[in-house]
Write a protein that binds this ligand. Structure first.
Ligand SMILES: Cc1ncc(C[n+]2csc(CCOP(=O)(O)OP(=O)(O)O)c2C)c(N)n1
Ligand SMILES: [Mg+2]
Length: 327
């Protein structure tokens, strides 16, 4: 565990947030198994340290862009669990009035510019947000979360190059969980350390253990401070692992049970932070249980809110929906 000078209050807030993500995702999977969640569900279980380590530095006025696996980013940036759960349930009170589902949750009021069903779809949004912040001279930063798979798409290269040239206040955070859907990363690129691509664009590339929230926090802090100073973007690669399938229902035939068990048993980011907090005398059994209980209650309230909310009425069908008509 990296050394970081954080207050007990901040550390416990980070710990609580990691549990909030974990338990939200477990509940979402359960609700999906009950047929309550409409549409695909990609959970962030195992990767909590990345979103929490990075977002713990951000203000509501800072921006993030997310991915198809976006719940952790939303929660770490301060999104409302009730509106998130309602969106998964397809209800009118959800973030997209129930019409977007898991992959389209956005909340501009907290700088969350959107989950994204298009792999690598967040790059242009984050780079644009960084450009806007630079033009305004506001000191805001934009963080682009993306996966190892997304690094093989054009937007990764185009946006990082442009942000480097214009010294935009953007931090590109690669969540390298070593798989893109069902494909091991090593089958689709010879450069499995994504941070090593940074020098090609003339920017710093930093690799960190993405299962260690304090290590992520430390590295993200430097990258974000650099961006705020006007020194340009950083490519931060967090080595991580998703504990569950690519999406809910994935039989995971492309990796072994032993590999999954090893990561879950030895590298669980929540267990690691708990062990650190206990060693520091900052977390007792009773406190730990109280934190988890508080989060469970928040999530139960979110499920109740979603269940009690109406589905969108038919006259909502064409509202807030944009499409091209090809004639
Ligand atoms: C442009 C595009 N191509 C393909 C897909 C189908 N798809 C959805 S998620 C995914 C894998 C993405 O892998 P990665 O970027 O590593 O993110 P992870 O799922 O590991 O978090 C693919 C290929 C898509 N949604 N968008
Ligand atoms: Mg991946």
């Amino acid at each position: 565990m990296a050394i970081a000078t954080l207050s007990a209050e901040k550390l416990l807030a980070m710990y609580t947030c990691m549990w909030r993500i974990r338990l939200f995702e477990e509940e979402a999977e359960y609700q999906s198994s009950q047929g309550k969640v409409l549409g695909a569900l990609h959970t962030y279980i195992g990767e909590e340290a990345v979103a929490v380590g990075v977002c713990s530095h951000l203000q509501p006025t800072d921006y993030i862009t997310s991915t198809h696996r976006g719940h952790g980013h939303c929660i770490a940036k301060g999104a409302d669990l009730k509106r998130m759960m309602a969106e998964l349930f397809g209800r009118l009170t959800g973030y997209c009035k129930g019409k977007g589902g898991s992959m389209h949750i956005a909340d501009f009021s907290i700088g969350m510019l959107g989950a994204n069903g298009i792999v690598a779809g967040g790059f242009g949004l984050a780079t644009g947000a960084g450009l806007a912040a630079q033009l305004r001279g506001s000191g805001q930063v934009a963080v682009c979360f993306f996966g190892d798979g997304a690094a093989n798409r054009g937007p990764f290269h185009e946006n990082i190059n442009l942000a480097a040239v214009w010294r935009l206040p953007v931090v590109y955070v690669c969540e390298n969980n070593q798989y893109a859907q069902w494909t091991p990363q090593s089958e689709v690129t010879l450069v499995t350390d994504i941070a090593n691509m940074a020098p090609a664009y003339g920017i710093p590339g930093v690799q960190v253990d993405g299962m260690d929230v304090l290590a992520v926090y430390e590295a993200a802090g430097e990258a974000i401070a650099r961006a705020r100073r006007g020194e340009g973007p950083t490519l931060l690669e967090c080595k991580t692992y998703r504990f569950h399938g690519h999406n809910f229902g994935d039989p995971q035939l492309y990796r072994t049970r032993e590999e999954i068990a090893e990561w879950m048993e030895k590298r669980d980011p929540i267990k690691r932070l708990a062990a650190y907090l206990r060693a520091q005398g900052l977390l007792s059994d009773a406190q730990d249980e109280a934190i988890q209980q508080q989060v469970r209650e928040e999530i139960e309230a979110a499920v109740r809110f979603a269940e009690e909310s109406p589905y969108p009425p038919p006259d909502e069908l064409y509202k807030d929906v944009y499409s091209y008509v090809v004639t």
